[in-house]
Design a protein around this ligand. Structure first.
Ligand code: SF4
Length: 309
């Protein structure tokens, strides 16, 4: 028997239900789009090779970064883990465990297990987690548990019948000078018999930003390139609000993703060829390593603070 759902879970379930009419894309239009991407990647790869660049990995962070302030993109500070930046990673790992777990584990048990597993990784994050003080560990556990609880309050129990997959890695093509890739937080369903059934979901804390939709369209594009069949729906799910912002995938959705992805790759190629990076003041000025010598960024920050008079 299906357990009683709370209103948020029911709303999420209603959103995720397949429509009565199967979603089937025009095969020729998708094949044409894939051919266009292939041709463009080949051309950009050739240009990169000409200036001695033999590999470029393109993910959602790369695209947002280079389409923001190009100087910041080229001088990004090395990622340093802290409680704030690690909470999402731990929570996502805990949700991944939840989806494969048999029974009904407590959220805090999942978070403890997520921290333990991530601590074993031979990377900066693993070192940071392995060296946590008791107080920092408590803060991290509380923050990550909050997200896991919100997830369980927002989603119906995800039986295997939904074909749930957490942290699904996708990349395309399998080899070459330019690889498109990423990892979606949660996918449900899969393409069957030419019918688009997959839903790609990104879990978010905090508020909504325009690039959230762009990120999901990029995932939809990469998934289409690797399977030949687009997902039927993409959705940002805002855990703090318990609300999803869904978008039905269309050919135009995929075309928008192609344009944005190739705008980003085009600029990467031009920068590699020697063009000067453009500065674009924005929120990242606050943590930009160039702020001390960047007049544009300093002026923008002063304006934001309202102290430029
Ligand atoms: S301070 Fe702002 S405008 Fe200047 S390089 Fe950094 S991000 Fe760009």
């Amino acid at each position: 028997m299906t357990p009683a759902l709370n209103p948020t879970q029911q709303r999420t379930l209603d959103l995720l239900r397949r429509p009565p009419t199967p979603t089937v894309f025009d095969r020729a239009a998708i094949d044409h789009l894939i051919d266009e991407v292939n041709d463009a990647l080949e051309m950009f790869t050739h240009r990169l090779e000409t200036v001695g660049v033999d590999s470029l990995f393109v993910n959602k962070t790369f695209i947002s970064s280079i389409l923001g302030c190009e100087d910041h993109h080229l001088h990004r500070a090395k990622f340093v883990p802290n409680i704030g930046t690690t909470t999402g990673t731990v929570a996502h790992r805990a949700i991944e465990l939840l989806i494969g777990w048999r029974g009904e584990p407590l959220p805090s048990v999942l978070v403890d297990e997520a921290i333990a597993r991530l601590s074993e990784k031979p990377n900066d994050l693993g070192d940071f987690l392995a060296g946590l003080s008791d107080a920092d560990r408590a803060d991290l556990t509380n923050a990550a548990t909050d997200r896991v609880v919100k997830f369980t309050e927002s989603f119906p129990p995800l039986s295997q019948r939904f074909i749930p997959v957490a942290e699904s890695s996708i990349r395309w093509p399998e080899a070459g000078g330019i690889i498109l890739g990423g990892k979606s937080d949660l996918t449900l369903g899969r393409a069957e018999n030419g019918e688009s059934r997959k839903v790609i979901i990104d879990l978010k804390t905090g508020g909504s930003w325009p690039n959230h939709a762009d990120d999901l369209r990029f995932y939809a594009l990469v998934d289409t390139l690797r399977t030949g069949i687009p997902p039927r729906l993409i959705a940002s799910f805002y855990l703090d609000a318990g609300r999803a912002v869904p978008e039905t995938v269309t050919t135009e959705t995929l075309r928008a993703a192609v344009r944005r992805t190739f705008d980003a790759i085009h600029r990467a190629v031009e920068l590699a060829e020697g063009q000067s990076p453009q500065r674009l003041p924005q929120a990242s000025c606050r943590w930009c390593p160039l702020i001390a010598e960047c007049a544009e960024g300093s002026a923008w920050l002063a304006e934001q603070r309202g102290d430029d008079d």
